[in-house]
Write a protein that binds this ligand. Sequence first.
Ligand code: GDP
Length: 284
Amino acid sequence: MALQWYPGHMNKAKNQVQDRLKMVDIVLEIVDARLPFSSRNPILEQIIDQKKHIIILNKADLADPKLTNDWKVNFEQEGTHSVELDAKHNKGLGKINNLIHSELAEKVAKYERNGVKNYRIKAMCIGIPNVGKSTILNRIVGKNIAITGNRPGVTKNQNWLKTKYDIDLLDTPGILWPKIDDPKVGMKLALSGAIKDKIYAPDDVAIYALNFLETHYLERLQDTYGLDKSDLFDHTTPELLMLLTQKFGYKDDYDRASRRIIEDIRKLKLGRVTFDVPGEFYEE
Ligand code: GDP
C-alpha cells in the first residue's frame, strides 16, 4: 500500500496517534529491518514524549543479519531497545514479549505489590505503511483478524485485542508518513515496495540500487549477474545498467531490465540486503 500524504492527512494521523497514545503503556514502533533509518517516521520521537517505546525491526528475514545487529547496537546507544522480527514466518514474538516486560518491569512489579491480579499491559503498533503492522497484529493475536481503519483519516472506536501474552493491543495501528526529504530515502522505500512503483522511474531506482550494491555487496552483484571485475570498474552505474540490459537479452529496454533488477532484489536473488547503514545515510 502506498499512500499519498497531504498536510490534512498528516495532521489527522498525528492527532489520532496522539489520542491513542494516552491509552497505552508502551509503543511498538515497527520499522523495515532493511531500512531501519528510512522507514522510521519523522514525528514519532516528538509525539511519544515520555512513553515507553521499543523498535521492532520487522522483515528481518529479508535484511542483512550483520546490519540488523549493527542497527540494534546503534539504537541501544541512542537509548532505545530494539528487537528483530520475522512476522511473516512468525519468528521473534517471544523476544518482543520479553522486551516489553523488561521495559515495563517497574509497572508490573507495582501491580504485583498492590495485589492487582489479571492486569493487562496495553500496547500499540505504530509505523509507516507496509512495514508489517497488520501482519504483526495478526501474529500476536494468533488468529486472522480483520484490521479496519488501517488508513489515515479513518476514525473508529478502538478495540483491544487480547494476545496470548498478558498484553492487550490496540486493534488500529498508528500510521505515520515516511520522511522523504532526501530522494535516496525515496529510492530505498521504492526498492522495498513501500512506495508505489509508478512514483519513481524504475531506471532511477535500479541505478541507485546498483550503485549501492557495488559499494556494499560487490561480490554478490558479480556472482548474481555473472559480471567480470572489468565490467564493474570500467563502467559508470548507468553504463552497468545498459550492460545488464544487454546481458538479459532485453535489447535497449532499460525499464524492463530495471524492473527485473528491482524484483531480483525484492526476491532475495542477491541475498539479504539492508539499504541503510548506520552512520552512512547522510553522506551516501
Ligand atoms: P502494514 O501496511 O504496515 O499493515 O503492512 P502489512 O502487514 O500489510 O504487510 C505488508 C507486506 O509485507 C505484506 O505483503 C506482508 O506479507 C509482508 N510482511 C509483513 N511482515 C513480514 C516479514 O516479517 N517478512 C516478510 N518477508 N514479509 C513481511
